[in-house]
Write a protein that binds this ligand. Sequence first.
Ligand SMILES: [Zn+2]
Length: 263
Amino acid sequence: MSHRQRQYLNLFILFGITLLMLGFTVDVTVTDEAGVKTELPARLGDLWTGHEVLFCHNQACMRSWLTKDLEANDDGVYVCKEDFRGNRCGGKLHPMAYGEWRALPRDTVIFKKQYFHNDDEDLSVYAGVVLSGSDRSSIHRPELCMPSQGHTIESRELIEVPLKGRDPLQIMILNLSRRLPNGVMFHSYYAYWFVGHNVETPHHMERMLLMATDRIFRNVSHRWAYISLSGPKAGIDSREHHDTLREVVPLLYPQISLLPTDI
Ligand SMILES: [Zn+2]
């Protein structure tokens, strides 16, 4: 890189930092408009069936459940059947894990479903949507969250998923590994993208800059959504999750997106 190029790069970085600092100190109008619907579909095409994921907040339990394994009580409420040791629990179940509920602003909306392939119950994809609340700090950088949950990020990759009638959707994939208590290495992937007001990006920093420019130049703060898809991988070099994402995303996207198709 030449001296002049380095000067331009420094200027660009300085401009970005200034935007971010300005963006998060100005008073803005908070809008409730989100680029996605507030529920995940029950089915993806003919082959995938989704079940809501719920979390017990009883701290002696903390078990998670799929609604298909529970029965709602007369009020339509699901409660925890038992903890991991088989002891009766009865704790109230929430769409947010306890750690998320503790850490995120109260008006954050989270919903999750696990989609199972109808012909192969070992094949599933975990889908999550986080909708930011009014102070917009609900969405955390996945690259920071994953290591704090015990995962090692082995690699990052950006893929394009073709969608009907519009440009391909860009998705960021983190390839992860984690050593299980029995010593075995567990490999998984975590794919995501962000949705704002008529805009999508797989890049956290671009989202921050878009948020900042909205706040400075338009005096508004839109509700951002953070969509994630994750699941296990057969091994560190397995690429099967690319095929799974290219199958699942075109089925999921039109059912949750509220964005115009020409972005
Ligand atoms: Zn429980």
